[in-house]
Design a protein around this ligand. Structure first.
Ligand code: NAP
Length: 632
């Protein structure tokens, strides 16, 4: 939205303009900034400007308005006394004019009270003489207070049909937060939520009403009106559940969109569905951006990590807006990057979530072992995690786990009242099936998905624990002796989780020729997202396609020194009755990956024995297939 506030000097343009800019979250410009020096000198000397003097000044403002329209809008205050001056500024249909008018004596009084202003009160009459009644816009009498003038102006702007920069579909947790984040960063936004008979009405309107500080939002429940409210080419972000809902929404949306419009799917869609949708929209000349978003509700509102892929042209249409709303890395760069073609944005979000599953499960395993094996109080576990979080082990998930261990409800630990059945929405399991499809070992992260599955069988667990008299045993040794090992084991388990995820991403990227940039992907995961951590910063700085993940700087030493600790901790946990699925799968995976002589010779012999599947020999590098008649 572009707003121009006009009026003779002394009408309070700058005050109203600044207030409007603040409420509309737009940059503010004052016409005085655009005067060439010669004009300022003339005015300071009390000489009136000629029309010729004003041409470069008006042109500079017109150029700024064109630039501002592209980046989301602006508020400009300018005397623009004549209609011919206003015409020079009328560079877009998006401009809304507010013309301040008032009693000459009141203006004189205000001008006389101003100090250090180059426009002296004596010039008022020449300005009034020049002033022409505007042909369009809102004439606003200046008699009220600045706040009253602001409200009147906002009401006027609301009454003007105005094209919005972006539209957001789905006012759930994420859609609402992202829409408000956009509005706060100066991107005018139309909000839409479907209406389902018998359910709550006016969901989008409620969001607008509950956030009156943003005057650059509009609410809709009618899809056609929502689409009509948007500037062309349109930019629409869908934040609705993955799966059939996305296809159904596209079915209703696409017939009312046009060529060159952009649709973004910011949900957790399966990347293969996204690839199909990129093609579907491409066939009709539209852009589709499958986009991962991480950070939960708070991240979406204050700064998420954003992973857009798909149509590069479509990305260019929203690059600036996404940069504004995203988290920023340690160097202040936006945590958003164009990931790659097809469904790559959703693919890396899927793997991100899979690593997230693994990271959460390792912490859950440690909390259990420390509390019920080592007898630590929740406060003690929280203290240990907080201390680890001060150093290189720092991570968002460690921080929130330390925090939730202290959360009390009516004086009792809330954690112990939460049913021990973990939920999931699909991304973890999709990563696992993708890893299987590509033949990539995935056991540590797969175990985090399986662990949630096992947790779901509560009734069976309770019954079996009685049948088999299964209980946790207290660890005999001292916590102090074990703590350095537990810390090293935790650090290595995390490294393994990340290696597994990055290996899958690299394999799929190479196979599909996506050319994913893993320094950049890990960089956008250093802030805003759920798996942000010191380790991720290390990966961003040191990842290299020519060095294996385990040999990366900052990692190799821990693989060497931490594996004994992880093996010992897993051994201790298992012998004391604790299920440690991710940590034990992790050490098995690592040992498997760094073992020169594996047990697979036995498998090959067995396969050849019962199925004549043949085998190759270590003493014949030609790769020749051998078969033995084993039972003869
Ligand atoms: P949510 O709170 O459940 O909201 C879902 C929204 O989608 C609601 O506005 C709902 O409208 C609408 N919706 C549901 N079914 C629809 C349909 N068939 N057609 C049109 N609209 C429909 O979900 P959310 O947490 O915001 O998540 C949205 C997407 O972001 C999901 O894909 C999710 O996986 C992903 N995501 C979530 C998070 C998170 O932390 N929550 C983080 C990253 C990504 P009604 O009110 O009318 O049902």
């Amino acid at each position: 939205m572009l707003v121009i506030v006009t009026g003779v000097s002394g009408t309070g343009k700058s005050t109203l303009g600044a207030l409007l800019a603040e409420r509309l979250r737009l940059p503010f410009f004052d016409a005085d900034q655009f005067h060439p020096e010669a004009n300022i000198a003339k005015m300071s000397a009390g000489q009136p400007l000629t029309d010729e003097d004003r041409i470069p000044w008006l042109q500079a403002m017109a150029d700024q308005l064109i630039k501002s329209e592209k980046s989301g809008g602006a508020v400009l205050t300018c005397s623009a006394l004549k209609n011919s001056y206003r015409e020079r500024l009328a560079v877009s249909d998006a401009i809304r004019w507010i013309h301040l008018t008032g009693d000459r004596d009141l203006i004189w009084e205000r001008m006389s009270a101003r100090k250090n202003h180059f426009m002296k009160a004596g010039m008022l009459d020449s300005q009034i003489a020049l002033w022409e009644k505007p042909m369009t816009g809102y004439l606003l009498d200046i008699t009220g207070t600045p706040e009253q003038l602001l409200e009147a102006s906002l009401n006027y702007l609301k009454s003007q049909p105005m094209k919005m920069k972006m539209g957001v579909i789905g006012m759930g947790v994420m859609g609402k937060s992202l829409a408000l984040n956009l509005a706060e960063k100066g991107v005018s936004v139309s909000l839409y939520n479907r209406f389902v008979a018998g359910k709550e009405e006016g969901i989008a309107q409620k969001v607008v009403d509950e956030n009156p500080e943003f005057s650059n939002t509009q609410a809709f429940e009618d899809l056609q009106k929502f689409v009509d409210s948007l500037e062309k080419p349109r930019r629409i972000l869908m934040m609705i559940p993955a799966g059939a809902a996305i296809d159904a929404q596209l079915d209703t949306l696409m017939p009312i969109l046009e060529k060159d419009d952009l649709v973004i799917d910011g949900g957790n869609s399966f990347y293969k569905d996204s690839e199909r949708r990129v093609e579907r929209l491409k066939e009709v000349g539209m852009h589709f951006l499958p986009m991962g978003v991480s950070g939960g509700e708070e991240g979406a509102r204050k700064g998420p990590s954003i992973m857009p892929g798909g149509n590069a042209e479509g990305y260019a249409m929203v690059e600036d807006f996404l940069g504004r709303i995203s988290a920023k890395d340690k160097d202040g760069k936006p945590c958003v990057t164009y990931v790659g073609p097809g469904g790559s944005g959703h693919f890396i979000k899927m793997v991100h979530n899979s690593i997230e599953y693994g990271e959460m499960q390792v912490l859950a395993e440690l909390v259990h072992l420390l509390r019920f094996g080592f007898g630590c109080t929740p406060e003690k576990v929280s203290e240990i995690f907080t201390e680890w979080g001060q150093g290189e082990l720092k991570s968002f998930l460690l921080e929130i786990t330390a925090d939730l261990l202290l959360f009390k409800e009516n004086g009792e630990l809330l954690l112990d009242k939460i049913l021990d059945q973990a939920g999931q929405k699909g991304t973890g399991a999709w990563s696992l099936t993708t890893a299987l499809e590509y033949g990539i070992p995935y056991s540590p992260l797969a175990e985090s998905v399986n662990a949630r599955g096992v947790s779901g069988e509560k009734a069976m667990r309770v019954a079996f624990s009685k049948t088999f008299h299964h209980e946790f045993k207290k660890v005999e040794g001292s916590l102090e002796t074990w703590l350095p090992k537990i810390k090293a084991a935790y650090s290595l388990a995390r490294i393994i989780n990340h290696e597994v995820g990055f290996r899958l991403m690299k394999t799929v990227s190479d196979t599909k020729d996506w050319k994913l940039n893993f320094n950049e992907i890990s960089r956008i995961w250093t802030n805003g997202c759920i798996i942000r951590s010191g380790l991720m910063e290390n990966i961003s700085a040191n990842y290299s396609d020519s060095v294996s993940f385990f040999e990366m700087e900052g990692v190799k030493e821990q693989v060497i020194s931490g594996r004994k600790s992880l093996a010992e901790l897993v051994g201790l946990g298992l012998t004391h009755g604790f299920a440690l699925p991710v940590m034990s799968a992790g050490i098995n995976y690592l040992f498997g990956r760094i073992t020169a002589e594996s047990s697979a010779s036995v498998i090959q012999a067995q396969r050849d024995y019962f199925g004549a599947h043949t085998y190759q020999r270590k003493d014949d590098p030609s790769g020749k297939a051998y078969h033995t008649e084993w039972s003869k």
